[in-house]
Write a protein that binds this ligand. Structure first.
Ligand SMILES: [Zn+2]
Length: 324
């Protein structure tokens, strides 16, 4: 039986935790560090920056959110430079290819909660300069762009302008956390494939953070990507979740035609309740082995764990601009 699996995870909250807790990316006691990710066959990771809420989940005042965001980004850059022999910050397709050639872990930046740039379409260019390749429209609070899950608020005119500008710049729109109404408003205006970086199936676990079958299918039809989330309350309504709950979501999405659109979005370091047996990033190997033992085909595991996200990134991330 295989011991190691390739992993491309679309969402973790490690970067901000490193900054808030003063910990190191190389090795720490959080869910994700480079040492443990090194036990996987390969590892690529979107590191999300969510700085819009306090410990109780209430909105942080914007100036504080903004200063936390810029501090976390600059500290994360330092961590990446200190570990340059084994990580590569990916700003475009060429960087990902370079990371793969050099057997380095690909690091991608995404924003969760655009309040830190004042929800301003005019500041997306700055975000791109910082290396961000994907953004949500909301976290769990309503803002100038859209309503979050659990509300009936749609996408505003500013939200539409934000989506348009992001897509012009090649920044992907992440629909995780979005209200269902805003999701369908977005579908009307999107000019590019969309991503739900860390969202499960609402048919399997009825939670407003999860996707309905219709939402999942339209993401697939648009050539998008959905990352499966490990947070226990999104896997199972009551009690402790385990690997079989993860598999129920995976199987359901595969039945809906997700073979080439399903990926991982573990929400590591963004959640305190993981499935039994899942300790941190190294545990993707355990989950992969367990899925093979359950009779899931190796190609399917590879597709979900890595191949779909790699292919999507190669197709939809920007290419390096020639001469600049
Ligand atoms: Zn989230």
């Amino acid at each position: 039986m295989r011991e190691q699996f390739p992993v491309f995870d679309l969402h973790c909250d490690t970067a901000v935790e490193l900054s808030l807790q003063g910990k190191q990316l190389a090795a720490n006691d959080l869910h994700v560090d480079l040492d443990r990710a090194g036990r996987l066959l390969t590892h690529h990771q979107f590191y999300a920056f969510c700085c819009v809420y306090d410990k109780g989940g209430l909105p942080l005042p914007r100036p504080l959110a903004r200063s936390r965001f810029y501090a976390a980004v600059s500290e994360f850059y330092s961590q990446l430079s200190a570990n340059a022999e084994r990580v590569r910050l990916c700003r475009n397709v060429e960087d990902l290819i370079d990371a793969a050639k050099g057997s380095r872990q690909g690091v991608f930046l995404s924003l969760e909660g655009p309040e830190v740039i004042d929800c301003d379409p005019g500041r997306l260019e700055e975000l791109k300069e910082l290396g961000f390749l994907m953004t949500t429209l909301t976290w769990n609070h309503p803002n100038e762009l859209a309503g979050p899950h659990g509300t009936d608020l749609g996408l505003t005119a500013q939200g539409k302008a934000f989506v348009r500008r992001a897509q012009e710049l090649g920044i992907l729109i992440d629909v995780s956390h979005l209200s269902e109404r805003a999701f369908w408003d977005l579908i009307d205006v999107t000019g590019a494939p969309i991503v739900a970086s860390h969202s499960n199936s609402r048919a399997v676990c009825d939670h407003s953070r999860n996707l309905t079958d219709r939402q999942f299918k339209v993401i697939c039809n648009l050539g998008g990507l959905v990352g499966l989330n490990l947070y226990a309350p999104f896997l199972k309504q009551e009690g402790r979740a385990d690997f079989s709950d993860f598999k129920r979501h995976m199987d359901h999405f595969l039945e809906l035609g997700g073979q080439h659109h399903l990926a991982l979005g573990g929400d590591l370091d963004g959640c305190d309740a993981l499935p039994t047996g899942f300790r941190g990033v190294e545990s993707w190997n355990d989950l992969g082995r367990w899925l093979l033992q359950q009779g899931v085909e190796e190609l399917t595991v590879n597709n979900v764990f890595n191949n779909n996200a790699v292919r999507f990134a190669l197709q939809h991330l920007q290419r390096k601009r020639v001469g600049g």
